[in-house]
Design a binder for this molecule. Structure first.
Ligand SMILES: NC(=O)c1ccc[n+]([C@@H]2O[C@H](COP(=O)([O-])OP(=O)(O)OC[C@H]3O[C@@H](n4cnc5c(N)ncnc54)[C@H](O)[C@@H]3O)[C@@H](O)[C@H]2O)c1
Length: 254
Protein backbone atom coordinates (compact mmCIF):
# COMPACT_ATOMS: atom_id res chain seq x y z
CA UNK A 1 0.00 0.00 0.00
CA UNK A 2 1.22 3.50 -0.79
CA UNK A 3 1.13 5.40 2.50
CA UNK A 4 2.61 8.64 1.20
CA UNK A 5 -0.53 10.67 1.79
CA UNK A 6 -2.77 8.27 3.70
CA UNK A 7 -2.38 10.01 7.03
CA UNK A 8 -2.46 13.69 6.06
CA UNK A 9 -3.90 15.82 8.90
CA UNK A 10 -3.92 12.84 11.28
CA UNK A 11 -2.39 13.04 14.74
CA UNK A 12 -0.47 9.91 15.76
CA UNK A 13 0.93 9.18 19.24
CA UNK A 14 3.58 6.46 19.49
CA UNK A 15 5.01 5.33 22.84
CA UNK A 16 8.56 3.99 22.95
CA UNK A 17 9.26 5.91 19.74
CA UNK A 18 12.83 6.77 20.71
CA UNK A 19 14.12 3.49 19.29
CA UNK A 20 13.43 0.36 17.26
CA UNK A 21 9.89 -0.46 16.16
CA UNK A 22 8.43 2.69 17.72
CA UNK A 23 10.84 4.96 15.85
CA UNK A 24 10.25 3.16 12.55
CA UNK A 25 6.50 3.50 13.11
CA UNK A 26 6.69 7.21 13.94
CA UNK A 27 8.76 7.87 10.81
CA UNK A 28 6.41 5.81 8.64
CA UNK A 29 3.41 7.82 9.89
CA UNK A 30 5.35 11.04 9.26
CA UNK A 31 6.15 9.87 5.74
CA UNK A 32 2.42 9.22 5.33
CA UNK A 33 1.62 12.82 6.25
CA UNK A 34 0.72 12.55 9.94
CA UNK A 35 1.87 14.83 12.73
CA UNK A 36 3.56 12.62 15.29
CA UNK A 37 3.92 12.69 19.05
CA UNK A 38 7.02 10.77 20.11
CA UNK A 39 6.75 9.52 23.69
CA UNK A 40 9.56 7.78 25.54
CA UNK A 41 11.56 7.72 28.76
CA UNK A 42 14.66 8.14 26.61
CA UNK A 43 14.73 11.84 25.76
CA UNK A 44 17.84 11.69 23.52
CA UNK A 45 16.40 8.89 21.40
CA UNK A 46 13.01 10.57 21.28
CA UNK A 47 14.46 13.91 20.16
CA UNK A 48 16.40 12.11 17.44
CA UNK A 49 13.16 10.57 16.13
CA UNK A 50 11.54 14.02 16.19
CA UNK A 51 14.41 15.47 14.16
CA UNK A 52 14.11 12.67 11.59
CA UNK A 53 10.34 13.23 11.27
CA UNK A 54 10.87 16.97 10.85
CA UNK A 55 13.38 16.27 8.09
CA UNK A 56 10.48 14.51 6.34
CA UNK A 57 8.67 17.85 6.59
CA UNK A 58 6.21 16.84 9.30
CA UNK A 59 5.16 18.33 12.58
CA UNK A 60 6.64 16.26 15.41
CA UNK A 61 7.11 16.74 19.14
CA UNK A 62 8.71 14.78 21.94
CA UNK A 63 6.90 14.25 25.23
CA UNK A 64 8.75 12.47 28.02
CA UNK A 65 6.54 9.87 29.71
CA UNK A 66 7.02 6.63 31.61
CA UNK A 67 4.04 4.52 30.57
CA UNK A 68 4.15 2.55 33.83
CA UNK A 69 2.97 5.74 35.61
CA UNK A 70 -0.69 6.52 35.12
CA UNK A 71 -0.17 10.20 36.01
CA UNK A 72 2.49 10.59 33.31
CA UNK A 73 0.28 8.85 30.75
CA UNK A 74 -2.62 11.17 31.59
CA UNK A 75 -0.30 14.16 31.14
CA UNK A 76 0.98 12.70 27.84
CA UNK A 77 -2.44 12.40 26.24
CA UNK A 78 -3.51 15.72 27.75
CA UNK A 79 -0.49 17.49 26.26
CA UNK A 80 -1.04 15.80 22.88
CA UNK A 81 -4.60 17.10 22.73
CA UNK A 82 -3.62 20.57 23.98
CA UNK A 83 -1.01 20.75 21.24
CA UNK A 84 -2.86 19.19 18.30
CA UNK A 85 -6.54 19.31 19.29
CA UNK A 86 -7.23 15.59 18.86
CA UNK A 87 -5.77 12.07 18.76
CA UNK A 88 -6.55 9.97 15.69
CA UNK A 89 -4.03 7.15 16.06
CA UNK A 90 -2.31 5.66 19.09
CA UNK A 91 0.40 3.00 18.99
CA UNK A 92 1.15 1.55 22.40
CA UNK A 93 4.59 0.17 21.70
CA UNK A 94 6.82 0.91 24.73
CA UNK A 95 8.04 -2.33 26.21
CA UNK A 96 10.93 -4.08 27.93
CA UNK A 97 12.24 -7.64 27.93
CA UNK A 98 13.19 -8.40 31.53
CA UNK A 99 15.36 -11.21 32.86
CA UNK A 100 15.89 -14.59 31.18
CA UNK A 101 15.09 -17.31 33.70
CA UNK A 102 12.71 -20.17 34.18
CA UNK A 103 9.53 -19.55 36.15
CA UNK A 104 10.71 -20.93 39.51
CA UNK A 105 13.88 -18.83 39.32
CA UNK A 106 12.41 -15.66 37.86
CA UNK A 107 13.36 -12.52 39.86
CA UNK A 108 10.33 -10.82 41.42
CA UNK A 109 11.64 -7.34 40.68
CA UNK A 110 11.69 -8.17 36.96
CA UNK A 111 8.22 -9.71 37.14
CA UNK A 112 6.87 -6.49 38.64
CA UNK A 113 8.69 -4.13 36.27
CA UNK A 114 7.84 -6.06 33.09
CA UNK A 115 4.16 -6.25 34.02
CA UNK A 116 4.16 -2.57 35.03
CA UNK A 117 5.59 -1.37 31.70
CA UNK A 118 4.28 -3.92 29.20
CA UNK A 119 0.79 -4.57 30.61
CA UNK A 120 -0.24 -1.79 33.01
CA UNK A 121 1.46 0.70 30.66
CA UNK A 122 -0.73 -0.39 27.76
CA UNK A 123 -3.82 -0.30 30.00
CA UNK A 124 -3.10 3.24 31.23
CA UNK A 125 -2.49 4.41 27.67
CA UNK A 126 -5.66 2.79 26.35
CA UNK A 127 -7.78 4.37 29.10
CA UNK A 128 -6.62 7.88 28.26
CA UNK A 129 -6.64 7.37 24.50
CA UNK A 130 -10.13 5.86 24.46
CA UNK A 131 -11.55 8.69 26.59
CA UNK A 132 -10.22 11.19 24.05
CA UNK A 133 -11.38 9.13 21.06
CA UNK A 134 -14.87 8.82 22.56
CA UNK A 135 -15.00 12.59 22.99
CA UNK A 136 -13.98 13.26 19.38
CA UNK A 137 -15.97 10.46 17.71
CA UNK A 138 -13.46 7.72 16.93
CA UNK A 139 -9.89 6.62 16.36
CA UNK A 140 -7.57 3.68 15.86
CA UNK A 141 -5.33 2.00 18.45
CA UNK A 142 -2.63 -0.58 17.82
CA UNK A 143 -0.92 -2.33 20.71
CA UNK A 144 2.46 -3.89 20.09
CA UNK A 145 2.27 -7.39 21.58
CA UNK A 146 4.53 -10.21 20.39
CA UNK A 147 4.51 -13.77 19.19
CA UNK A 148 5.08 -14.33 22.91
CA UNK A 149 1.51 -13.12 23.32
CA UNK A 150 0.30 -16.07 21.25
CA UNK A 151 2.50 -18.89 22.50
CA UNK A 152 5.12 -19.79 25.08
CA UNK A 153 8.52 -18.14 25.18
CA UNK A 154 10.50 -20.29 27.59
CA UNK A 155 12.65 -18.38 30.09
CA UNK A 156 10.54 -15.25 29.72
CA UNK A 157 7.48 -15.83 31.92
CA UNK A 158 6.86 -12.16 32.72
CA UNK A 159 7.27 -11.03 29.11
CA UNK A 160 5.05 -13.86 27.87
CA UNK A 161 2.34 -13.15 30.45
CA UNK A 162 2.45 -9.42 29.73
CA UNK A 163 2.05 -9.91 25.98
CA UNK A 164 -0.78 -12.44 26.40
CA UNK A 165 -2.39 -9.78 28.58
CA UNK A 166 -1.96 -7.11 25.92
CA UNK A 167 -3.87 -9.27 23.44
CA UNK A 168 -6.63 -9.73 26.04
CA UNK A 169 -6.90 -5.98 26.60
CA UNK A 170 -6.97 -5.44 22.82
CA UNK A 171 -9.85 -7.87 22.23
CA UNK A 172 -11.84 -6.56 25.19
CA UNK A 173 -11.64 -2.89 24.22
CA UNK A 174 -12.33 -3.72 20.57
CA UNK A 175 -15.67 -5.25 21.55
CA UNK A 176 -16.49 -2.52 24.02
CA UNK A 177 -15.97 0.40 21.62
CA UNK A 178 -16.76 -1.07 18.20
CA UNK A 179 -19.94 0.98 17.90
CA UNK A 180 -18.16 4.18 18.91
CA UNK A 181 -15.93 4.01 15.84
CA UNK A 182 -12.81 3.07 17.78
CA UNK A 183 -10.83 0.17 16.36
CA UNK A 184 -8.34 -1.65 18.57
CA UNK A 185 -5.87 -4.19 17.18
CA UNK A 186 -2.54 -5.69 18.13
CA UNK A 187 0.53 -6.68 16.14
CA UNK A 188 2.57 -9.69 17.20
CA UNK A 189 6.10 -9.43 15.83
CA UNK A 190 8.58 -12.24 15.88
CA UNK A 191 12.22 -11.35 16.66
CA UNK A 192 12.92 -8.01 15.01
CA UNK A 193 16.29 -6.33 14.58
CA UNK A 194 16.06 -3.51 17.12
CA UNK A 195 18.39 -2.50 19.96
CA UNK A 196 16.26 -4.57 22.39
CA UNK A 197 16.70 -7.72 20.33
CA UNK A 198 20.32 -7.10 19.28
CA UNK A 199 21.19 -6.81 22.98
CA UNK A 200 19.62 -10.21 23.57
CA UNK A 201 21.50 -12.15 20.88
CA UNK A 202 24.79 -10.24 20.83
CA UNK A 203 27.71 -12.63 21.20
CA UNK A 204 25.44 -15.67 21.22
CA UNK A 205 25.66 -17.12 17.74
CA UNK A 206 24.09 -20.41 18.84
CA UNK A 207 20.99 -18.67 20.16
CA UNK A 208 20.74 -16.61 16.96
CA UNK A 209 20.96 -19.77 14.86
CA UNK A 210 18.34 -21.55 16.98
CA UNK A 211 15.89 -18.64 16.76
CA UNK A 212 16.37 -18.32 13.01
CA UNK A 213 15.78 -22.00 12.48
CA UNK A 214 12.10 -21.67 13.50
CA UNK A 215 11.33 -18.78 11.13
CA UNK A 216 10.40 -20.04 7.64
CA UNK A 217 11.79 -16.95 5.85
CA UNK A 218 15.09 -17.58 7.72
CA UNK A 219 15.69 -14.02 8.76
CA UNK A 220 14.62 -11.71 11.56
CA UNK A 221 12.14 -8.90 11.03
CA UNK A 222 13.13 -5.32 10.27
CA UNK A 223 11.46 -2.55 12.30
CA UNK A 224 9.99 -1.09 9.09
CA UNK A 225 8.22 -4.37 8.40
CA UNK A 226 6.42 -4.20 11.74
CA UNK A 227 5.63 -0.53 11.11
CA UNK A 228 4.06 -1.51 7.77
CA UNK A 229 1.54 -3.77 9.48
CA UNK A 230 0.78 -1.11 12.12
CA UNK A 231 0.16 1.52 9.46
CA UNK A 232 -2.18 -0.75 7.55
CA UNK A 233 -4.20 -1.46 10.72
CA UNK A 234 -4.59 2.31 11.26
CA UNK A 235 -5.43 3.03 7.62
CA UNK A 236 -8.66 3.32 5.66
CA UNK A 237 -7.76 -0.09 4.23
CA UNK A 238 -8.59 -1.72 7.56
CA UNK A 239 -11.87 -0.07 8.57
CA UNK A 240 -13.56 -3.48 9.07
CA UNK A 241 -10.70 -4.94 11.12
CA UNK A 242 -10.89 -4.73 14.91
CA UNK A 243 -10.02 -6.96 17.86
CA UNK A 244 -7.32 -8.79 15.91
CA UNK A 245 -3.85 -9.88 16.94
CA UNK A 246 -1.94 -9.88 13.66
CA UNK A 247 1.17 -12.06 13.56
CA UNK A 248 4.04 -10.40 11.71
CA UNK A 249 6.38 -13.31 11.91
CA UNK A 250 7.93 -14.48 8.65
CA UNK A 251 5.66 -17.51 8.73
CA UNK A 252 6.59 -18.75 12.23
CA UNK A 253 3.03 -19.50 13.33
CA UNK A 254 2.01 -20.98 10.00
N1 LIG B 1 12.44 -6.53 18.81
C1 LIG B 1 11.76 -7.66 18.89
O1 LIG B 1 12.25 -8.74 18.56
C2 LIG B 1 10.32 -7.63 19.33
C3 LIG B 1 9.52 -8.75 19.06
C4 LIG B 1 8.20 -8.75 19.48
C5 LIG B 1 7.69 -7.65 20.15
N2 LIG B 1 8.48 -6.57 20.40
C6 LIG B 1 7.88 -5.44 21.12
O2 LIG B 1 8.04 -4.27 20.35
C7 LIG B 1 8.04 -3.14 21.23
C8 LIG B 1 9.23 -2.25 20.88
O3 LIG B 1 10.40 -2.99 21.09
P1 LIG B 1 11.79 -2.69 20.36
O4 LIG B 1 12.35 -4.00 19.98
O5 LIG B 1 11.61 -1.63 19.34
O6 LIG B 1 12.63 -2.18 21.63
P2 LIG B 1 13.61 -0.93 21.84
O7 LIG B 1 14.26 -1.19 23.16
O8 LIG B 1 14.46 -0.70 20.64
O9 LIG B 1 12.60 0.29 21.98
C9 LIG B 1 11.71 0.37 23.05
C10 LIG B 1 11.56 1.83 23.46
O10 LIG B 1 10.61 1.88 24.57
C11 LIG B 1 11.12 2.79 25.51
N3 LIG B 1 10.58 2.47 26.84
C12 LIG B 1 10.96 1.45 27.65
N4 LIG B 1 10.28 1.51 28.80
C13 LIG B 1 9.46 2.60 28.71
C14 LIG B 1 8.54 3.19 29.59
N5 LIG B 1 8.31 2.69 30.82
N6 LIG B 1 7.86 4.28 29.19
C15 LIG B 1 8.08 4.81 27.97
N7 LIG B 1 8.97 4.31 27.09
C16 LIG B 1 9.65 3.21 27.48
C17 LIG B 1 12.63 2.63 25.45
O11 LIG B 1 13.29 3.76 26.00
C18 LIG B 1 12.86 2.45 23.97
O12 LIG B 1 13.09 3.70 23.32
C19 LIG B 1 8.09 -3.69 22.65
O13 LIG B 1 6.78 -3.67 23.20
C20 LIG B 1 8.54 -5.12 22.44
O14 LIG B 1 8.11 -5.98 23.48
C21 LIG B 1 9.78 -6.54 20.00
Amino acid sequence: MDNRHSFLHKIALITGAGSGIGRATALAFAAGGAAVVVADVNEAGGQETVELARQAGRDAIFIGADVSRSDEVEALVGETVRRFGRLDIAVNNAGIGGAWARTADYPLADWERVLAVNLSGVFYCMQQEIRQMLAQGGGAIVNVASIAGQRALANAPAYTASKHGVIGLTRTAAQEYARQNIRVNAVCPVFTRTPLFQGMIEGNARLEERLLHNIPVRRFGEPQEIAGAILWLCSDGATFVTGQAVNVDGGLTA
